[in-house]
Design a protein around this ligand. Structure first.
Ligand SMILES: [Zn+2]
Length: 99
């Protein structure tokens, strides 16, 4: 790894750690925590901690995939879903939260 690359890589790790901390900080407002959880997942993917499948994890369609969080207290635990399946998953999370 070249020096520039290595520094960028280290900077990403630092950002990941910061967002993981914010996402788990119960004193922060929920919208800040969820935003940091989404950032953390995006960075985790760039660092190779999360693998993006070629197809939707549910319907196996080749489509634009989105990262779905089941629980924002697990920022790096995401499922890659197409837009249609993501709608279904979000509805499931909302129903589970109100149950
Ligand atoms: Zn799908």
């Amino acid at each position: 790894m070249r020096k520039g690359q290595r520094n960028r890589h280290r900077a990403l790790w630092t950002r990941l750690q910061r967002h993981l901390e914010i996402s788990l900080d119960g004193l922060k407002p929920r919208r800040i925590r969820t935003r940091s959880a989404r950032y953390a997942a995006a960075i985790g993917e760039r660092l190779g901690l999360i693998d993006r499948p070629k197809v939707c994890s549910w319907c196996r369609r080749h489509a634009r995939l989105e990262r779905h969080h089941w629980d924002y207290t697990e920022p790096l635990n995401v499922t890659f879903l197409c837009i249609d399946c993501h709608d279904i998953a979000d509805a499931m999370v909302i129903r589970a939260a109100s149950a």
